[in-house]
Ligand binder design. Structure first.
Ligand code: IMP
Ligand code: MG
Length: 468
């Protein structure tokens, strides 16, 4: 309500042209003249996107990049709140493929402001390289990018520590981008931040102490020590390139909301990679769930209007850890189609059937209002399609995933079978144009996940999307 009464809506109120939505769309009040009961859903979409958190409901790679890109059309600002360049968001735009790692995908659209929030861990050298790569593809990066001065830095010793830990027992299957060690330093209160990088003398002093400390650890692990001088030089140079973009993004976001701007919070990774709610220890080191959007940006919970969950029509996972519905045949079929290779590391993703136990739990944790289903076309030639509706653990039925990684690995999925559609659905642009079996399948899995279906993606391009 507070959000709504500001900006555009406040103007409408002042001229007396408003009408409250009798259905209270998604639990909020939308007061545009078009917002009558019969048409409110469309009006809400078209005129008032509201602050939206977008999260992955599975193990990451749900196709969020594509859905974010579609939703960005209605947002003014796109914000990243967690993770780092471990993320890989693929967006196909005008036949070109863009893979974004740290920069929000709003960068591909005109007049959108992109913010890298305080909760993100930034490798400045990788960020500069990403900016250069996008500029080489004629993407404008100028006053449309803001970087939080409170975001923590990923340093070369984080990457090497990550690599070293991955060589040992108990590996996680990380992206080796130094994400875990960087968040480790943040939690230990020994991290370096963007604000340090903006003060070269302070930065060099802190960096030197960190490199002395980390070189001892690296030597103990049998890895080569790193040179302070090289890192200092490269990072300060990258810092100078980033300086024009660095600011207090909390103040910027609050000012923008006061002016009635709509924010899209672009989640990275997925619910089951969340450090608290995921399949620990096989997780990433940030809060990938909806709450992370608040802590990672400084936008408080009461300013959030809706949460959109993205889920694939089946399950995938890269890295180690349980994937209860994993199926080698399904994986082979998808890989043969050239699908399901990691956007950041190129690794083959593990694949399995849709897991309703996991996604229902994700709905609970994130407070999902609406669901977007992606990659439905990946199942075009699969018949029958299996859906996991429960787990069996030592003869007992479970309706939520167990906390313990070993127990989860021992869970046996309970499947229901659904008929496939055995035809290409790429050309469908309306729900009614989908084959009946495909409609039945998406209805079935969104009901199991427990939220309203609002989008179905039938191909990688922006247009290959069905809005409900
Ligand atoms: P890290 O984030 O590199 O530490 O990796 C921890 C786990 O999260 C590993 O299983 C990775 O494969 C996984 N992971 C990290 N980022 C992504 C992503 O963007 N998509 C999918 N999986 C990811
Ligand atoms: Mg990805």
């Amino acid at each position: 309500m507070q959000n709504f009464l500001r900006g555009d809506a406040a103007n409408l109120l002042s001229v007396g042209k408003f009408r409250l939505c009798p259905k209270g769309c998604v639990g909020k009040i939308f007061a545009y003249p078009q917002c009558f009961a019969r048409r409110c859903r469309r009006a809400r979409f078209r005129f008032h996107m509201a602050n939206t958190i977008l999260v992955g409901m599975q193990w990451g790679d749900e196709g969020k990049g594509k859905i974010i890109d579609v939703l960005t059309a209605r947002a003014d600002i796109v914000v990243r709140s967690q993770g780092g360049n471990n993320a890989g968001h693929t967006v196909i735009h005008r036949g070109m493929k863009y893979v974004l790692h740290l920069i929000p995908s709003g960068i591909l659209r005109h007049r959108k402001i992109c913010v890298i929030g305080n909760g993100v861990v930034i490798d400045p050298v990788a960020l500069v390289a990403e900016m250069d790569g996008l500029r080489a593809l004629a993407v404008n990066i100028n006053k449309n990018l803001l970087i939080s001065d409170c975001a923590h830095l990923v340093l070369p010793y984080h990457r090497i520590l990550d690599e070293q830990r991955e060589l040992r027992r108990g590996r996680i299957g990380t992206t080796k981008r130094g994400i875990g060690p960087a968040y480790g330093d943040k939690a230990a209160r020994t991290g370096l931040r963007v604000s340090d990088l903006m003060q070269p003398i302070v930065f060099s002093k802190k960096l030197q102490a960190k490199i002395i400390e980390n070189n001892r650890i690296l030597q103990a692990l049998g890895a080569k020590p790193i040179s302070f001088r090289d890192v200092n030089e490269t990072y300060l140079a990258a810092g100078e390139r980033l300086r024009p973009f660095v600011t207090n993004t909390v103040v910027y976001l609050h000012g923008a909301m006061d002016r009635g701007k709509q924010i899209l919070f672009e989640g990275a990774q997925g619910t089951f990679l969340d450090i608290d709610h995921g399949t620990y220890p096989y997780v990433t080191s940030s809060n990938t769930t909806a709450g992370g959007a608040c802590t990672g940006t400084g936008v408080p919970p009461h300013r959030m209007d809706r949460v959109v969950g993205v889920m694939k029509a089946y399950s995938t996972r890269v890295g180690d850890g349980a994937l209860p519905t994993e199926d080698a045949q399904l994986a082979q079929m998808l890989h043969n189609l050239g699908r399901e290779f990691g956007a950041t590391t190129g690794r083959k993703r593990r694949c399995g059937w849709f897991d309703a136990v996991a996604t229902r739990y994700a709905g609970m944790i994130n407070g999902i209002d609406e669901i977007a289903i992606t990659n439905l076309d990946g199942l075009d030639q699969v018949d029958p399609i299996r859906v996991c509706v429960g787990y069996q653990l030592h003869g007992k039925r479970l309706d939520v995933p167990p906390c313990d990684a070993t127990q989860l690995a021992n869970c046996e999925p309970v499947y229901e079978e659904v008929a496939g559609w055995n035809t290409s659905i790429h050309a469908a642009r309306k729900f009614s144009q989908l084959p009946p079996a495909a409609r039945k399948y998406v209805r079935f899995i969104s009901e199991l996940a427990g939220a309203k279906l609002s989008m179905v993606s039938v191909g990688p391009a922006r247009g290959e999307t069905i809005m409900l």
